[in-house]
Design a protein around this ligand. Structure first.
Ligand code: AMP
Ligand code: MG
Length: 407
């Protein structure tokens, strides 16, 4: 048996920076309808064609008033109405007012809108119960969007509000990057797919379904390449198949130092391994490399390690490849509710539950069993408790950095 020297572990930040440096964004735009565009990444900047709102319109149900009557003590004569979609076709003169509804165009000659609750009406005479300022309750043409300004930049992951912005321009289709294609492979002799009985020594393949869910939730096309035994020839063949159809190939398992851990060797044969072993817990054996046509991420087999390294290492690179770029997670400081034992040496991503006390203080409780195979910790948690590489144990009551799962 060979003796395995452990080369130095790469600090997490160095690893992430190298990953981001090593990948390039795909650049293949395609048109999709607005109804299909949520979560897609724009492939070009989108310019506004129209002012929004297209005309000055009322922010209230009330009466449109002439500039000369903003402080009027005498009743104004009601001369007509302006409804949303049915503007008043005339010009307001001093001494007159027009009944106006929210969203209706402000008539020519009007300087302000008074709320209907602030007038008294007698037949067609309207008395103002307060003084108005010029422009009051009028939403100006173009105050939201000006024609020819940039509506959305290239590389924007479209959110619901963005879809609304595009719709406000009458845009029905939008140019987005094609979805990144990610091939997923589980490795390990012990794995059994769902739906089949377990034999002695076997376990169900939880990683593939979990990683598939995380990747499709992010908007990637996942190519499920199944599960492969710990066999170099079989791995090689499946990796080549995956490489032929995907931008990125992700495996789980087989990247550690055991005798059945063949993944790195096989990737090294058909491509290159650039990174192996990162100073992160869980997830130390993470590997990164290149296959002939795609990039390769070797995630550790333990389910928590697989998900943590997907989120912290592979995902930034994948988002960057998708053209959306990666932004550091939003973190906050929370008061630790139980002590954490830790040795300096690796950044620790403990699973925790963050909550807010009645007086608004952020509190975080680490989940009991932090084993890298204990997936319930990840399922119960709503945040990572992030402890830096050089940090040691932390006492109850100290403040720690917390990274919520859902921003
Ligand atoms: P490995 O990284 O291959 O040494 O695997 C480490 C641990 O993770 C072992 O206990 C494996 O049985 C387990 N494991 C590997 N792949 C999976 C998987 N796809 N689903 C669940 N557990 C796995
Ligand atoms: Mg294995």
């Amino acid at each position: 048996m060979a003796c395995h020297d452990e080369p130095g572990m790469l600090p997490l930040e160095v690893c992430r920076a190298r990953l981001l440096d090593s990948v390039t964004a795909i650049n293949t735009g395609q048109s999709v309808s607005l109804t299909e565009a949520i979560g897609r990444v724009t492939s070009e900047a989108i310019t506004a064609a129209h002012d929004v709102p297209p005309a000055d319109n009322s922010a209230m149900d009330g009466y449109a008033i002439h500039q000369a009557d903003l402080h009027s003590k005498t009743a104004l004569t009601l001369i007509g109405s302006s409804f949303a979609g049915h503007p008043f076709n005339g010009t307001l003169q001093p001494g007159q007012c027009v009944r106006i509804m929210t969203g209706a165009n402000v008539p020519e000659g009007a300087a302000a809108v008074i709320m209907q609750e602030q007038v008294l009406c007698h037949d067609d005479l309207v008395s103002l119960q307060r003084e108005l300022q010029s422009g009051e309750n009028i939403r100006r043409r173009g105050e939201d969007i000006r024609a020819s300004e940039t509506l959305l930049p290239a590389g924007r992951r479209l959110r619901a509000a963005d879809i609304g912005l595009l719709a406000s321009q009458g845009i029905a289709t939008v140019k987005v990057q094609r979805r990144l294609r990610v091939a997923l492979i589980s490795t390990g002799d012990e794995l059994v797919p769902a739906g089949q009985p377990l034999g002695p020594g076997q376990i169900y393949d939880s990683n593939r379904a979990m990683l598939q869910a995380a990747l499709s939730e992010t908007g990637f096309t996942v190519i499920d390449m199944g599960h492969v035994a710990d066999n170099a020839k079989a791995l090689r063949q499946r990796f080549l198949e995956a490489d032929a159809s995907a931008d990125a190939v992700i495996t789980s398992g087989g990247v550690s130092v055991g005798e059945a851990d063949l993944v790195r060797q096989v990737v090294g044969d058909i491509g290159d391994i650039h990174i192996w072993k990162v100073a992160i817990k869980p997830g130390k054996p993470f590997a990164f490399g290149k296959l002939p046509n795609s990039v390769f991420f070797g995630l550790p087999g333990n389910p928590v390690s697989a998900l943590v390294t997907l989120m912290q290492l592979a995902m930034p690179a994948l988002l960057s490849m998708q053209g959306n770029g990666w932004q550091a997670a939003l973190t906050m400081q929370a008061k630790l509710q139980a002590p954490i034992k830790k040795k300096p040496g690796r950044a620790d991503y403990q699973r925790g539950i963050v909550s807010q006390s009645e007086d608004g203080e952020l509190l975080v409780t680490p989940l009991g069993n932090q084993g890298s195979g204990v997936l319930t910790s990840m399922s119960k948690a709503n945040c990572f408790i992030v402890l830096g590489q050089d940090q040691g144990s932390v006492s109850q009551g100290e403040y720690v950095t917390v990274e919520p799962f859902n921003r």
